[in-house]
Design a protein around this ligand. Structure first.
Ligand code: GLN
Length: 532
């Protein structure tokens, strides 16, 4: 039976609980333990797949095709855990299941209630993750902030679980904010005391408190938090702001968090330094001087989280090339015809991310034209590939008005059209072409040179697809179809012949990039940009 670490958050949201959980995962893996992670999201959506990025940030797609919270991205980037649909539990999923059981008659005769039915469902869903796997530790992060009405059933469930499992088998870690009040010149512990107080009211007593702070915590402050929050002095772990998120495991290690957790869970493991991670990731990131500028042309650029995995994959590509990355975020709606140069002239690479809907499309087409004509390395992802096809059809093949039927259902040249399997689909949730599919690469192409393999597996999230009817026309003018999904002869990767590096794919390579295993496409994209 695995042991459990429950991670809650207090005071404010956006404290980096996801990164803290991922970093704890990394630390425990480094001690030889097999780890998995779960994110509990208290909202009523079954999954984030139908939410706008402004509401939710990126939707992270797992290998098994689940549309999940972006924290699963942090978990997979920091650890070796391979996650799937069961690793993201939402209130929506829990209620859906309980109500379906009620209709089936599984609770016949009973009044179905939050306690015990909803809380039992949560506990079962948490325990289910370990079925069929030999896991040592499961880290369960509860989304939201303590005190929210929505997260109460989750907190009650973990309270019960801890009681059932016993203290050697489960611990609670609470992540809080310890703010610095500038005008008073003081660090304040009161919000943390209140937050721990609220947790205690619902029966949860933290074993460890992780204090997010911008200033180093003095011994007095740490002792005060320990005293008022009823934890051991060494269980107050400061988490001071760092330059890169990849430093967090190293900082936690310095504070002795891994040894503390192992002691609390009564586990004995050999101590190991995180030297590989330190040398291959953090040192490289911090010591790189030479700069590379990559423009990301999208419509959600004002939001930090909308393209999370893409920004991280670019960082990984920069690590691989030992350069300092500067991302220039360009709003595709700003790219009117004559201003494109002003926005993109310094870019050594242009990336167009995925997306939905017509807004911002024409600006993206314009960015494709700019990179094609000026021979600037280009990486198009999903919708980014589709816009590259539209641009090429319009401006090189002379198919005036070519478009995707997503944006113009009556276009004369539907170079991108609905996947055949999608034609009867009416329901929006979880019905796209999702998750891992195989792709066969053509030797000698940029894609092949990057992956150095004939067959790859990448993750998808789309309804539209390159329309094979136009393959010959585009091919004749210099487009290359370098990756194909053999099962259905679907175009997965396109390239341009007469260009230093123009690669666009229907899948999302960003979901499989890790700081210590940079994705080959991101690596080579940046490598080519550096030569400019
Ligand atoms: N809207 C496009 C489609 O559904 C692209 C999706 C995406 O970029 N993830 O095919």
């Amino acid at each position: 039976m695995p042991k459990y670490i429950f991670v809650t958050g207090g005071v404010v949201s956006s404290l980096g609980k996801g990164i803290a959980s991922a970093a704890i995962g990394k630390l425990l893996e480094s001690r030889g333990l097999k780890v998995s992670l779960i994110k509990c999201d208290p909202y009523l959506n079954v999954d984030p797949g139908t939410m706008n990025p402004y509401q939710h940030g990126e939707v992270y797609v797992t290998e098994d095709g689940a549309e999940t919270d972006l924290d699963l991205g942090h978990y997979e980037r920091f650890t070796n855990a391979s996650l799937g649909r069961d690793n993201n539990i939402t209130t929506g999923k829990i209620y859906y299941s309980v109500i379906s059981k009620e209709r089936r008659g599984d609770y016949l005769g009973k009044t179905v209630q939050i306690i015990p039915h909803i809380t039992d469902e949560i506990k079962d869903s948490i325990k289910k993750v370990a079925h069929g796997q030999r896991l040592d530790i499961v880290i369960v992060e509860i989304g939201g902030t303590v005190g929210d009405i929505e997260s109460l059933p989750f907190l009650e469930a973990i309270r019960q679980l801890r009681l059932e499992l016993g203290k050697d088998y489960a611990i609670n870690i609470h992540v809080t904010l310890v703010p610095y009040i500038k005008s008073a010149g003081e660090i304040k512990t009161k919000p943390t005391q209140h937050s721990v107080g609220t947790l205690r009211e619902i029966g949860i007593i933290p074993d460890v408190i992780i204090c997010r702070t911008e200033k180093v915590l003095s011994k007095e402050t740490k002792d005060k938090i320990a005293l008022f929050c009823n934890v051991d002095k060494e269980a107050v772990i400061p988490a001071v702001d760092v330059k890169t998120i990849y430093e967090v495991p190293l900082e936690f290690k310095k504070e002795g968090l891994d040894s503390l957790i192992l002691r609390l869970l009564n586990l004995k493991c050999e101590d190991k330094a995180l030297s590989e991670w330190k040398n291959a990731v953090v040192k490289r990131l911090k010591s790189s001087r030479k700069e590379v500028i990559i423009a990301v042309v999208g419509k959600y650029i004002t939001l930090q989280d909308a393209y999370k995995s893409i920004y991280e994959a670019l960082v990984h590509g920069a690590i691989a090339n030992q350069v300092k990355l500067t991302i220039k975020k360009v709003d595709s709606e700003d790219l009117a015809n004559n201003s494109t140069e002003r926005y993109l002239d310094k870019a050594q690479g242009i990336l167009i991310p995925g997306g939905f809907g017509y807004r911002g499309i024409e600006g993206k087409v314009e960015a494709v034209r700019f990179s094609r004509e000026n021979k600037i390395p280009f990486l198009g992802l999903c919708l980014g590939m589709q816009t590259a096809v539209i641009e090429f059809a319009r401006n090189v093949c002379g198919l005036k008005g070519a478009n995707s039927t997503e944006f113009d259902p009556d276009t004369k040249y539907p170079v991108i059209s609905l996947l055949q399997e999608q034609q009867k689909v009416k329901i929006k949730g979880a019905t796209m072409r999702l998750g891992a599919y195989q792709c066969k690469l053509t030797r000698g192409t940029h894609a092949y040179l990057a992956y150095k393999k004939d067959k790859i597996v990448e993750r998808h999230r789309h309804r539209y697809e390159f329309n094979n009817h136009y393959r010959q026309i585009l091919e004749k003018k210099g487009m290359l179809f370098s990756g194909i999904y053999p099962g259905k002869n679907l175009v997965e990767i396109i390239e341009l012949k007469d260009h230093p590096w123009f690669v666009a794919c229907q899948f999302h390579p960003e979901f499989k990039s890790k700081p210590d295993k940079p994705h080959p496409l991101f690596r080579n994209f940046i490598q080519t940009g550096l030569k400019l």
